[in-house]
Design a protein around this ligand. Structure first.
Ligand SMILES: Cc1cc2nc3c(=O)[nH]c(=O)nc-3n(C[C@H](O)[C@H](O)[C@H](O)COP(=O)(O)OP(=O)(O)OC[C@H]3O[C@@H](n4cnc5c(N)ncnc54)[C@H](O)[C@@H]3O)c2cc1C
Length: 366
């Protein structure tokens, strides 16, 4: 019999791992919080993105690229299982620049990364003329872009919904609206996971993928779990005709329903996820500098959402030293890494011979 798992946290990270474990033949129960929890998986930007990742952490860049390359397969599989369309598009993306010197400095970082990786880590330098041929609406202040041929985007809400449907369709259990307050090993060596209402669940192994909730639950299982909150504010405009923007960038993309999504603020405001005029105005101003037509486009919605960030921004994959069989899985960029979490992480959890080497992602680095 394969070990049975409880996954604490049913955001995109927990769901990705749960789905992968179910496919590998494990019995899996996902325990997820309610609407009052902070849930990055419901407020993010939807990029499936390689560019700029791991510029000073080559192992993270390589891990991200493995995920990117598995993403088409993941989308096809989830769509086939559920009949949903995730609207995954992987046709490249831009990192826009307003200053030649800043762009050159970024390119030097890419060159250094390529050297460290010893591979053709993909990027192209596009000057303004090259960019205009693809995106004629670009504003006069944009000097060029670093083009990432493997970058793309997806509908992140459909991803989460589809994961949950797929998990249930292949025999997994998702229990939503529950609050895990403790987890420990019982006298038989199995894990006992306690809910606030007194209900107990038992399993051979536990994955802690509770987003910000890991900071509280982690120490109970022997993890440091040094995750902190970073707010991002996001705007969305009225719907525009398709292909108004040919490709996404790290700060602006046209979503599958037609609206232009604008974002990428980074604020350390604790757990305050409110949106503010000051920041949304700054985000909008920068977006208009990239695409001036946005000044005439109606804004329909804005929101704030909290990222889960480790001290160096790189994922944490850690087996507990005091409670063997408990694992902490935490990352920023959980959309991008979903394919790696579904297809590769289960091998690591099971200690398979061909498991990815995730030693450098351990908590020991802090
Ligand atoms: C503004 C913004 C933009 C982003 N853009 C991108 C992007 O473009 N691309 C990308 O790849 N990533 C992006 N991210 C990051 C991405 O959204 C996160 O990495 C990902 O959603 C994290 O998923 P998670 O499952 O770890 O956390 P969450 O989505 O926060 O889920 C954690 C879950 O754990 C549950 N939980 C917590 N504590 C408990 C408890 N005690 N008991 C039971 N359940 C519990 C909560 O209810 C919650 O559902 C963005 C994030 C933000 C905020």
């Amino acid at each position: 019999m394969k070990p049975e798992y409880i996954v604490v946290g049913g955001g995109v990270v927990g769901c990705a791992v749960a789905y992968g474990l179910l496919k590998a033949g494990h019995k899996v129960t996902v325990l997820d919080g309610g609407d009052s929890a902070h849930r990055a998986s419901r407020g993010n930007f939807g990029l499936v993105w390689l560019s700029s990742k791991g510029l000073d952490a080559p192992h993270y860049a390589a891990w991200t690229r493995r995920s990117i390359n598995l993403w088409r397969n993941l989308a096809d599989e989830l769509e086939e299982l559920t009949g949903d369309n995730l609207n995954l598009v992987q046709q490249g993306g831009y990192d826009f620049h307003f200053c030649e010197q800043e762009m050159a400095a970024k390119v030097r970082q890419y060159e250094a990364l390529r050297e460290q990786l010893g591979t053709d880590h993909p990027y192209e330098i596009w000057d303004r003329e090259r960019l205009l041929a693809e995106e004629p609406e670009i504003g006069p202040e944009v000097v060029g872009a670093i083009y990432g041929p493997e970058d793309g985007h997806v509908n992140p809400l459909k991803l989460l919904r589809t994961y949950i449907a797929a998990i249930q369709s292949i025999g997994g259990k998702v229990v939503a609206g529950v609050n895990v307050v403790d987890a420990s090993k019982d006298s038989s060596g199995r894990f006992e996971v306690l809910l606030e209402d007194g209900t107990r669940y038992h399993s051979d192994k536990v994955i802690l993928s509770a987003g910000l909730g890991a900071a509280t639950l982690g120490p109970k299982l022997g993890f440091v779990a040094p995750v902190s909150a970073q707010k991002g504010q996001v705007l969305i405009t009225e719907k525009l005709p398709p292909n108004k923007l040919k490709r996404p960038s790290g700060i602006i993309r046209q979503v599958d329903e037609g609206g232009i999504q604008i974002g990428d603020s980074k604020e350390n405001q604790g757990l305050d996820d409110s949106d503010t005029l000051e920041v949304t105005a700054a985000i909008a101003e920068r977006a208009i500098a990239v695409y001036p037509f946005l000044a005439q486009t109606k804004l329909v919605r804005s929101w704030g959402s909290i990222r889960i960030i480790s001290p160096d921004g790189v994922p944490i994959y850690q087996q507990s030293k005091t409670n063997q069989g408990a694992y902490l899985v935490s990352c920023h960029s959980g959309i991008t890494l979903a394919a790696a979490h579904s297809y590769l992480l289960p091998y690591w959890l099971e200690g398979a011979v061909d498991a990815p080497d995730l030693e450098l992602f351990s908590e020991d680095r802090f």
